[in-house]
Write a protein that binds this ligand. Structure first.
Ligand code: NAP
Length: 395
């Protein structure tokens, strides 16, 4: 058996020293290539691009040869080389006969950078393990077919659920034509997000707020209701999270309202992050404010329509930051995919205090939005409930 040959197909066993070596050189090694572990390494490399690559997906690549990882790459930021090319360029020795693990199908079209599949074939990589096909119609199966035509073997599907999950916004936009929607709220034990006077600063602790800023950092656009914008005047930037900047100035910010904004409402257009006022209704109403590079007014007929518009603008992951009426509207239209409720050990009380979720609500319990894969974690004396809507089979 040749050095590095696979035996038998699918067993994951690779003989890295030949029998001749064993007899003459006195050593041989039989190493089991752990495909799942290597793909998970690729996925964790992909996550290094979190908050910086959108609307592109996060991608990581591992190159494995002679029983060890010989190179690692990832997509560092939007516009930078893709993970596969990063890994190929970083390799210090020829890659012929090696294996690549990558969480998303290599591309075969020109985008901001040259296509990856031809460079993988040219590098002599023998087999590519792909976690998931790319839903982008420019790629979807073409990258895999290109590699196979060039004699590179391809296996698809290792850790595909994990790979889809890290890029759930990207998959959502191609498969559902709308972004992935996450609702985050800081809540008292009795389900309130502000007192009857609108005071909400702060229900949760400082560390929980840093976590909330991390959620902002890894989102493409932050959305709040008109009243939250008027009362809190939030900056809606991840200023507590020490991340690097996104080349496109993400996350953008969006205020959902029924009212056309007036010049005085623009106090928070104070930095580079784009601000969108999404005004319900179709009639063109003059606002007296001109659209600019940093500011835009859009109209929407319903929230599903708004999400479609945000997807077309390149926002894959939406973070809803309340308040309760906005959250209720999204629940009423069945548009919340994931929640982070950060509970503080306080009781606010009062019929007129603001509830975490208002809107129209439901009349029978069996229609309640339920969540699966729920997890509870602790941040100092706050508790975070994280869950996904149980309608999602694939994420
Ligand atoms: N603890 C927390 O995590 C947290 C987070 C956010 C906010 N808050 C607090 O919550 C309070 C505000 O919450 P709230 O429930 O009263 O109000 P809200 O949800 O912030 O805003 C309600 C407003 O949003 C707009 N809106 C909502 N759904 C809409 C839809 N489907 N179409 C068009 N416009 C829509 C309307 O804006 P217009 O009125 O402009 O037409 C509506 O009046 C504040 O006191 C704030 O401090 C707390």
């Amino acid at each position: 058996m040749k050095e590095g040959a696979r035996s038998p197909e699918g067993s994951g066993l690779f003989f890295l020293g030949s029998p001749t070596n064993m007899l003459v050189g006195g050593w041989w090694r039989m190493v089991k290539m752990d495909k799942l572990k290597l793909m998970r390494t690729a996925i964790s490399l992909a996550l290094r691009g979190e908050g910086r690559v959108s609307p592109n997906p996060m991608v990581g690549a591992v190159i494995y040869k002679n029983g060890k990882i010989v190179s690692r790459g990832w997509h560092h930021f939007f516009g930078a080389p893709h993970a596969e090319i990063d890994a190929i360029k970083k390799a210090k020795a020829p890659l012929n006969g090696s294996f690549m693990f990558v969480n998303l199908e290599p591309c075969c079209h020109w985008g901001k950078t040259p296509p990856c599949a031809p460079q993988i074939a040219a590098a002599g990589i023998k087999k590519v393990f792909v976690a998931s096909r790319d839903p982008n119609p420019f790629v979807n199966g073409r990258g895999i077919n290109y590699l196979r035509r060039k004699g590179v073997s391809v296996e698809v599907g290792i850790a595909s659920d994990e790979a889809r999950f890290i890029n759930r916004g990207y998959f959502s936009v191609f498969e559902r034509k709308k972004p992935w929607v996450i609702l985050k709220e800081g809540v008292s034990l009795d389900g309130k997000i502000a007192t009857k006077t609108g005071d909400s600063k702060w229900i949760t602790g400082k560390t929980a707020r840093i976590f909330a800023h991390y959620l902002r950092y890894v989102s493409d656009i932050i959305v709040v209701g008109g009243r939250t914008n008027r009362i809190d005047k939030p900056r809606l930037t991840p200023y507590l999270w020490m991340g690097k900047t996104h080349p496109l100035g993400y996350p953008a910010r969006c205020v959902v309202t029924k009212k056309m904004p007036k010049p005085g409402c623009l106090e928070n257009v104070d930095n580079s992050n784009r601000l969108i006022f999404a005004v319900s209704g179709k009639r063109p109403v003059k606002s007296g404010i001109k659209n600019s590079a940093n500011f835009e007014i859009i109209r929407f007929s319903n929230l599903n329509n708004l999400l479609g518009q945000l997807a077309r603008k390149g926002y894959n992951k939406v973070l809803l930051e309340g308040g309760g009426e906005l959250a209720g509207s999204f629940f009423d239209e069945g548009l919340v995919d994931e929640i982070f409720f950060i509970y503080a050990p306080v009781v606010i009380g009062g019929k007129k205090a603001v509830s975490a979720v208002s809107g129209a609500g439901i009349s029978v319990l069996k229609k309640a939005a339920s969540f699966k894969n729920g997890s509870i974690s602790r941040i100092e004396d706050n508790f975070v409930f994280h869950g996904l809507r149980d309608v999602h089979g694939n994420y």
